[in-house]
Structures are given as C-alpha cells and as structure tokens.
Write a protein that binds this ligand. Structure first.
Ligand code: HEM
Length: 155
C-alpha cells in the first residue's frame, strides 16, 4: 500500500504523468538502449519496439498501477501484475534488471517533466515503482521456480 503522503503527491501528478507518457516512453527507450544495446537485441523484441502502443505498455502500466493503488488502496491489482509477470518470465527478465529500468525510466520522467519533478514527487513515484517491481519480482520468482527454470533462462 502507498503511504498517505505519497498517495496525495501521486494523485496530484498523475494527470501530467499520464499526458506525457509518449514523451517519457520515447526518452526512456532511447537512453536505455543507447547505454545497454544488449537489452534491445537480447530481450526486447524489435517488432514490439516498432509498435507505439506496445512500447508505451511499460510506462502506461506503472500509471495504471498507481491509479489502482489510489482507487483501491487495500487491494493489490494482481490481474494486471500476473499478465506482466507471465510475459516477463517468457522472455527471461531477471530481478537485477529492475534497477536498470528504474534508472532510465526515472531519468526520462525527470527530463520530460523538468522542474515539476521535485524531490518529493520523485520519492512518491519511486514508491509506486518499487511496490510494483517488488510484487513482479516475487511473482516472477514463483513462476521460474514452478517451471524449474533458472531465473533468466527460459524454457
Ligand atoms: C516495474 C517495472 C516494469 C513494469 C511495470 C513492466 C511492464 C511491462 C508490461 C506492461 C509489458 C507488456 C506485457 C504484455 O504484453 O501484456 C512488459 C513487457 C516486457 N517487459 Fe516489462 N516491465 C517492468 C520491468 C521490466 C524489466 C526490468 C525488464 C527487463 C529489462 C522488462 C522487459 C520487458 C520485455 C522484454 C517485455 C516484452 C515486450 C517487448 O518486447 O517490448 N520489463 N513489461
């Protein structure tokens, strides 16, 4: 559950984040793939990357997760998370990669939204990201274990 403090900040900034998803997505992938080209070749699918809607899925799902946390603070949106976790385990995402995605996603948010991203705003969205990442990492670990797969090596 999101802290009351962060919930208020996320509620106030959700409209501007939602309206900037295209620009955030653009900047996020451009900077991440420039620094980590192996992720584009080894993990992300170039075909998916070509389609604007699929590209937007990651950042959009963080905003969707935030909306659900605000509207239903006592429920974890497992339906949203399960679909992503299945996709991630099918392609072989590993828990250490969440730090990489965080770095470039939050770098993109700061660049696109500029001064709107005060330390307080960054901290509130960080809380959303790590709540979501933690839940996904746990689900993915369970899926890998159930399949008898070594994390990151798909079957
Ligand atoms: C909190 C962090 C993350 C969120 C919210 C997230 C969200 C999503 C969503 C919504 C999808 C589309 C699922 C579908 O097709 O139904 C997806 C797919 C995917 N995600 Fe993540 N993801 C996160 C972290 C990561 C990390 C750490 C990696 C690895 C670097 C990663 C790699 C991928 C890949 C390769 C796909 C397949 C689609 C494609 O090729 O573009 N994701 N993710």
């Amino acid at each position: 559950m999101l802290s009351a403090e962060s919930a208020a900040v996320v509620r106030a900034t959700l409209p501007v984040v939602g309206a900037s998803l295209d620009a955030i997505t653009e900047r996020f992938y451009a900077t991440m793939f420039a620094d980590r080209p192996e992720l584009l070749d080894g993990l992300f699918n170039r075909g998916n990357q070509a389609s604007g809607e699929q590209r937007k899925a990651l950042a959009a799902s963080v905003a969707a997760f935030a909306t659900t946390l605000l509207d239903h603070p006592d429920q974890r949106p497992d339906h949203l998370l399960a679909r992503i976790a299945h996709k991630h385990t099918a392609v072989g995402v590993t828990d250490d990669q969440y730090v990489i995605v965080h770095k470039y996603l939050f770098g993109a948010i700061a660049e696109v939204l500029g001064q709107a991203v005060t330390p307080q705003v960054a901290a509130a969205w960080d809380e959303v990201y790590w709540l979501m990442a933690g839940a996904l990492i746990a689900m993915e670990a369970r899926l890998y274990a159930e399949a008898g797969a070594v994390e990151g090596r798909t079957w």
